[in-house]
Design a protein around this ligand. Structure first.
Ligand SMILES: [Fe+2]
Ligand SMILES: [Fe+2]
Length: 169
């Protein structure tokens, strides 16, 4: 099953379907995460890729899928909103945990995965292997979403330049 087939993955859906339909999660579709992907798309990608890796490694696939989905459960634009109490990297995992706890009962492992997903930008290492998976997949997905945006921008510029050259011949 490919990484885009998460809807047809019955085991995965068994772990996250109740969360996915919740308005608190659906609301993430209103926020841009990395240039052209919504925060909801980003959270689903991080959740499903991490879940697949956790399964391959015989780790806790349920906790990985759920915490991956909820890891960025916050509702502000991180490019424009600044906090006095700390950086976005430090604050948003705490907000995500608080919002997630209103939605579902988190296990200590799920809470730790969400809280420490910014390891690298913060100095707090995850307590569990599943936390390292989500943290790495999050970084990889942020980078690949940005590269895809750059690729599209470059190809549309090239397309424009090519058409301009054709017209001015
Ligand atoms: Fe995050
Ligand atoms: Fe993220």
């Amino acid at each position: 099953m490919g990484l885009k087939d998460w809807r047809n993955d019955t085991e995965y859906m068994g772990y996250v379907a109740d969360l996915l339909v919740a308005p608190a999660v659906q609301k993430l579709a209103n926020y841009t995460q990395h240039h052209f992907s919504t925060r909801l798309e980003h959270c689903i990608t991080v959740s499903y890729v991490s879940y697949k890796l956790a399964k391959k490694m015989n780790l806790d696939a349920r906790a990985t899928a759920r915490a991956g989905l909820l890891h960025d459960l916050f509702y502000y634009d991180w490019r424009t909103t600044k906090f006095d109490r700390g950086t976005h990297a430090w604050i948003h995992p705490r907000i995500a945990v608080r919002n997630a706890e209103k939605l579902t009962q988190l296990t200590p492992k799920e809470k730790d995965i969400i809280m420490k997903h910014m390891f690298g930008a913060t100095l707090c290492p995850p307590k569990y292997s599943e936390g390292y998976i989500v943290s790495l997949v999050d970084k990889y997905s942020a980078t690949s979403e940005y590269l895809m945006h750059l690729k599209q921008k470059t190809s549309s510029k090239l397309h424009y330049a090519f058409n301009f050259a054709k017209v001015s011949k």
